[in-house]
Design a protein around this ligand. Structure first.
Ligand code: COA
Ligand code: AMP
Length: 639
């Protein structure tokens, strides 16, 4: 047993268990409703029930307008800090309201109505956040696509979301290069079968995009015109269950899943999390270093900090290289952030460049209280290093695009529980987390199993996939009836601490980015010379995991292996995007398979990770695994 400490967690979790609806009804008091929900949860609505089905509210009102009305008009809402473009800009709540209201009017002029989709393919600039909130204001549904994805990925999302309008900027800025977005966008629109009716583009000075007349519209000119004509838009009342956004995430095939977020439950859960999970007081300065293309960016750069009346730091830069490994300390100290939320990979990158933490000595971090890590497993070495360098609690927490907020964490606002390195701690109220075997039977403490959550999921979590209830049921609910399958594996210890160790599907986590190896295999298989292939995630010191591809060529191909390997690397970059970080492909003679023809990816991964492994009993030809080892050694990867 670990020593009990003064945390309200056990009492609060038990209170939720006793009366889940009472618990969430109380949490719902913290947001502003246009019509208060009379029903907290309707188990008959939707696929597994819906939260606050008769509540009416507006997400933008809760994020912005109500703070302007209640005394935060002159407080900074977004502190934009962009070392890559050498720009800084503070936007107060009042200014933000004006910008959003005007941009909402522009969207209206383009015929965007409640429920219409708007795709946002933009870098981390304030305009992108204004666009998201303007959609929320007028009841439109945004779908943000990460800038590191290739045109084909954008096209797939356009086909699924069917947006009327596409919002973009002329470029993104990476450490060593400018990424012009317009050619990517044009290629995506060309490929897509569902084309938007127009494009609004924000020109950045680093790259000017060429505009097509009557189709591409200049953001700045529209904004100017709207402001000088005093155009505004109102916060449209929406049902709590109306969609706020769709965010696509990797599934087990090349077709991404459109995770739907509703308005009411999302606002209630995120507001609750700021105070109770993160221990943040209203009005404090909060910083999440991620990208609005990911769920972490949606929840904790844009929505949650604003629901809580905080100042949110919007950082367009990297942990290293912009300009150095002191960048995070500079930003935290300059803005007076009380907490930082990022992915462990960012801290591994800093540790690699500045193992002694010399840079930190130059900055005043006296306001800084907590570092939060999520997005991938927080390896104990990185957590310990961060604790030593920062001398504050380092809090791992586990969640997914599907949930929008913490499943398992250490609730700083309720009183921190003792940290156990390697565990994100305990389930949050709302989540009945269980570890079960493949037949759905609970396993004993300390035994690995599938991590599942008893239905219903709490407010904030996805009610379904965009217009695909069937796929939702099949992907998440079918395997363990009555439970949500997280597709993560792990165990629980005697104290109830949960350990999350890896995925049960083909998803890998590359620098905190969730990617499908199945999707990469589809790309490799599309190469003319490839007969069959396998992609596995191999442990990497910096990125956590990196994808490695193995291909078997068609008979009669006589191109040199390294030419084909280079073509495959270029093909994945072209079809999925640089974010896949696919840098290693190897041509092999045959793939190791079981007698029934299944590729033994798990064993291949163990060999590549230099972990102990056993010859699978059903292997067709044991020599094939030696061949994998030799191929990896050829690339300097396995010993
Ligand atoms: N637009 C275009 N390209 C992008 C991009 C974007 N928005 N974001 C990343 N890329 C590119 C990178 O330039 C890189 O290209 P390269 O192959 O030409 O070098 C590639 O995609 C892979 O990017 P990334 O995995 O981010 O690696 P990196 O080497 O550039 O940086 C880290 C490594 C660890 C510094 C970086 O991954 C990082 O800061 N990670 C934090 C993770 C994070 O925020 N996760 C979000 C979930 S919490
Ligand atoms: P995403 O949907 O992109 O946020 O990725 C979610 C996946 O990332 C989870 O299913 C896990 O596999 C992994 N993940 C996120 N946070 C953690 C964590 N704290 N510990 C272990 N794995 C994590």
């Amino acid at each position: 047993m670990i020593t009990p400490i003064a945390s309200r967690y056990p009492e609060v979790y038990a209170r939720w268990q006793r009366d889940p609806e009472g618990f969430w009804a109380e949490a719902a008091e913290a947001i502003t409703w246009f019509e208060k929900p009379k029903t907290v949860f309707d188990p008959k609505a939707g696929v597994y029930g819906r939260w606050f089905p008769d509540g009416v509210m507006n997400t933008c009102y809760n994020a912005v307008d109500r703070h302007v009305e209640k005394g935060r008009a002159d407080q900074i809402a977004f502190a934009y800090d962009s070392p890559v473009s050498n720009a800084k800009r503070n936007i107060t709540y009042k200014e933000l309201q004006r910008e959003i209201s005007a941009f909402g009017a522009i969207l209206r002029d383009f015929g965007i109505e409640k429920g219409d989709r708007v795709v946002i393919y933009m870098p981390m600039i304030p305009e992108a956040l204004v666009a998201m909130l303007a959609c929320a204001r007028i009841g439109a549904v945004h779908s943000v696509v990460f800038g590191g994805f290739a045109p084909k990925e954008l096209a797939t999302r356009l086909n699924d979301a069917k947006p009327k309008l596409l919002l973009t900027a002329s470029c993104g800025i990476e450490v060593t290069r400018i990424v012009p977005y317009k050619p990517l966008l044009d290629a995506a629109i060309e490929m897509a079968t569902e084309k938007p009716e127009a494009v609004i583009l924000f020109q950045r000075p680093q790259a000017q995009a060429e505009m097509k007349k009557g189709w591409d519209w200049d953001w700045a000119a529209l904004r100017e015109a709207a402001l000088s004509a005093n155009k505004t838009s109102e916060c449209v009342p929406v049902k709590a269950t109306d969609p706020l956004y769709i965010l696509y995430t990797s599934g087990t095939t090349g077709i991404p899943k459109g995770v739907v977020r509703d308005n009411g439950g999302h606002a209630v859960a995120l507001k609750w999390s700021m105070e109770n999970m993160y221990g943040i007081k209203e009005g404090e300065v909060w910083w999440t270093s991620s990208d609005i293309g990911w769920v972490v960016g949606h929840s904790y750069i844009v929505y949650a900090p604003l629901f809580h009346g905080c100042t949110s730091v919007v950082y367009e830069g990297k942990p290293v290289g912009t300009p150095d490994a002191g960048a995070f300390w500079r930003v935290a100290s300059e803005h007076g952030a009380v907490a930082l939320f990022t992915a462990p990979t960012a801290f591994r990158a800093i540790k690699k460049e500045d193992p002694e933490g010399k840079f930190i000595k130059d900055f005043d971090l006296s306001k800084f209280r907590t570092l939060f890590l999520a997005g991938e497993r927080a390896d104990p070495d990185t957590v310990k290093w961060s604790e030593r360098i920062l001398n504050v609690p380092v809090i791992d927490h586990w969640w997914q695009t599907e949930t929008a907020w913490t499943i398992v964490g250490n609730p700083m606002g309720l009183g921190a529980l003792p940290v156990k390195h390697g565990s994100p701690t305990v389930p949050m109220p709302g989540y009945d987390v269980q570890i079960v075997d493949d037949g759905g039977k609970p396993v004993a403490a300390g035994t690995m199993g599938n991590i599942v959550v008893k239905l219903p999921l709490p407010p904030g979590c996805f009610p379904t996939l965009w217009q695909q209830d069937g796929r939702f049921r099949e992907s998440y609910l079918a395997d363990f009836p009555g439970f949500y399958k997280t597709a993560d594996a792990g165990y629980r210890d005697e104290d109830g601490y949960v350990y999350v160790l890896g995925r049960t599907d083909d998803i890998i986590n590359v620098a905190g980015h969730r990617l499908s190896t199945g999707g990469m295999e589809e790309v490799l298989a599309s190469h003319n010379d490839v007969a069959e292939c396998a992609v596995i995630g191999v442990a990497d010191q910096l990125k956590g995991e990196v994808p490695v591809g193995f291909v078997v060529l068609k008979l009669g191909v006589n191109k040199p292996d390294d030419t084909i390997e280079k073509e495959l690397i270029a093909l994945v970059r072209e079809k999925i995007g640089p974010v896949a970080a696919f840098k290693t492909a190897m041509v092999i003679k045959r793939l190791p398979k079981t007698r029934s023809g299944k590729i033994v990816r798990g064993t291949m991964k163990k060999i590549a990770d230099k972990e102990p492994w056993n010859m699978p009993a059903t292997i067709d030809d044991p020599v094939t695994l030696d061949e994998i080892k030799t191929a990896l050694q050829g690339k300097g990867m396995a010993t």
